[in-house]
Design a protein around this ligand. Structure first.
Ligand SMILES: Nc1ncnc2c1ncn2[C@@H]1O[C@H](COP(=O)(O)OP(=O)(O)OP(=O)(O)O)[C@@H](O)[C@H]1O
Ligand SMILES: [Mg+2]
Length: 242
């Protein structure tokens, strides 16, 4: 579904990605892990068109090359709204809900670009089926939710934008271990519904243990990839510090 080839990103003089290639297949949950500053967020931002945005709209000194194909179409060079409309939707890091709005209002805000009202209501029902805790808190102000619930709301809100592939950055950061696990289990439930997900997370063990396929990024390069990275002692020791 998503094929990234030889992705290079540079900001000013700093080269951040040195030719990253990765694939997400239909129905797959793929985890991208690696140390701080490895370039994980930059990879997701490049896929979602935000590096192009930096370049073309903000006119920042940046360089981007490589191929990004989504559902057979070249999307490298498109701006974020065009990419999102094709169904490649990013749920960014530390995404906070509108605290004064209710859970339901936050979800509807995620569907602002959608025109078909009936579709939006169907999607709302699907989001509540995946995240029953949000249905219970539908009329509660989002600012009153726990950290884990706010993260679930962020993912559910991304679902409202009609994704065909979801990119999620650091869903578990700042959450207690049990909550992390439950957030990841819900992300798997999203995958089980047939929606492929590319997730970035600092908790490599957790992310890799639940993913179908993993990539380890280090200093802007993919240094290991495969379905069973946690079973590989060299990978665990050299790249994951486990
Ligand atoms: N817009 C930018 N301008 C300049 N440098 C940047 C920019 N964005 C990221 N960088 C640099 O690129 C490197 C990779 O950053 P990135 O945020 O992609 O890493 P990461 O793997 O997501 O790290 P973390 O685990 O801390 O989230 C860092 O050294 C960062 O300082
Ligand atoms: Mg990051």
């Amino acid at each position: 579904m998503l094929e990234v080839r030889s992705l290079v990103v540079q900001y000013g003089k700093a080269q951040i990605l040195h030719g990253v290639s990765l694939d997400v297949g239909a129905g797959q949950l793929v985890a991208l892990v690696g140390p701080n500053g490895a370039g994980k967020t930059t990879t997701l931002r490049a896929i979602a068109g935000l590096v192009t945005w930096d370049l073309r709209v903000l006119r920042r000194q940046a360089f981007l090359s490589g191929q990004i194909r989504f559902l057979g179409q070249e999307v490298q060079g498109l701006l974020p709204h065009r990419i999102a409309r094709l169904g490649l939707v990013l749920c960014p890091e530390r995404r906070r809900p509108f605290r004064e709005l209710t859970v339901r209002e936050n979800l509807l805000a995620g569907a602002l670009a959608q025109k078909d009202v009936r579709q939006v209501h169907n999607r709302l029902a699907e989001a509540y089926d995946l995240f029953p805790a949000l249905r219970e808190r539908e009329r509660q102000r989002a600012g009153t939710l726990s950290g884990g619930e706010q993260q679930m709301l962020a993912v559910a809100r991304a679902l409202m934008a009609a994704p065909r592939l979801l990119l999620i950055d650091e869903p578990s950061t700042g959450l207690a271990p049990l909550v992390k696990r439950s957030v990841f289990q819900q992300i798997r439930a999203v995958r089980d519904k047939g929606l492929p997900v590319l997730v970035v997370d600092q908790d490599a063990s957790l992310a890799l243990s639940l993913a179908d396929l993993g990539y380890v990024l280090s200093q802007g390069q993919v240094v290991a990839q495969g379905p069973q990275l946690l079973g590989d002692d060299t990978v665990r020791r050299s790249f994951l510090g486990l």
